[in-house]
Design a protein around this ligand. Sequence first.
Ligand code: SOE
Length: 393
Amino acid sequence: MTSPGRPPLGVGLIGYAFMGAAHSHAWRTAPRFFDLPLEPRLAVLAGRNRSAVTEAAGRLGWAATETDWRQAIERDDVDLVDVCTPGDTHAEIAIAALEAGKHVLCEKPLANSVAEAEAMAEAAAKAAARGVRSMVGFTYRRVPAIGLARRLVAEGRLGEIRHVRAQYLQDWIADPAAPMSWRLEKDKAGSGALGDIGAHIVDLTQHITGQALTGVSALLETFVTERPLPAETGKLGGVGGAETGQVTVDDAAVFLGRFTGGAVGVFEATRFALGRKNAIRIEINGSAGSLAFDFEDMNVLHFFDGSEPAEVGGFRRIVVTEPEHPYVGAWWPAGHGLGYEHGFTHQVVDLVTAIGTGEDPSPSFADGLQIQRVLDAVERSATADSVWTPIPR
Ligand code: SOE
């Protein structure tokens, strides 16, 4: 439902690749399905290449373009800056926007280092005192089945949480001929599978359980250290040319963790799980029940209720498409299902609602900083000799 009578919220989006397209869709769609306190306006799209940003703005529905993000932030028709650039520019753009009094949505992971994330969280706290809001884009929190999982844990249906098992599995660089991308350069991305997709399962498991990780023991691996430079730029993947470049990030991250409530966790993030395209698998076992989720079947949550008699007990396959489920009431009749893009739309809904009602959105930059500290601890653990115990031959 569009709400033209509502006060406008001018949005400036920085970046127009994969995430920029997903965010554009969300900004356009959210007010058409949800009753928002403010009316998002797709004011300006910013990117360095004039012809590419002009083409993207036309395709994605933006009213104007800028080739310098600073100009976008300064515009009077921009109230909120949405940062969809590689991680090495998050801190500079987000802090400048907050200081200019603009609300900020920043893609995950929040930054490329703890120091940057600390500066961002500090800027966000100062801005919040002036009513300027900020949020980090851990969109999978907004998948209805994940919302239901969190609700079941909060209601005590799982009892005391003992095991957390989480995997984020992709395969888009499993082929050594897959070309270089900014996601494989430490300077630009901060880390590899760890920050790009591992950050999501850190956020999701903490969000569902309501517990924070207190420590980790990790290993990181880079399977392919040199790749062809891209012959053409694409979304993910693309075609490689004759020249090669160095991969400077991890291809896979594997770690153990402990949670504040006493649960133990096992985490795995890789872009080498051949055949797995975007599998986010989470299983949680508590003293009273268990739940399991896989993003490749994202409209389903498996729930085991330990109080049921053994003869009829078993994992229940809940199809999370009922109007009672988080976010679902605004969409289609039961059974019709949602997709990847809906998480981004729900993110816009929650952010605009928080801004309109004067509340701090979640996950905050402080939450993003906490996750950055987990990523940093994983990297430090993986390089510390003490965590690896060789087996004598
Ligand atoms: C690439 O691995 C990527 O686009 C991540 O950066 C996103 O966060 C995830 O949603 C899909 O995969």
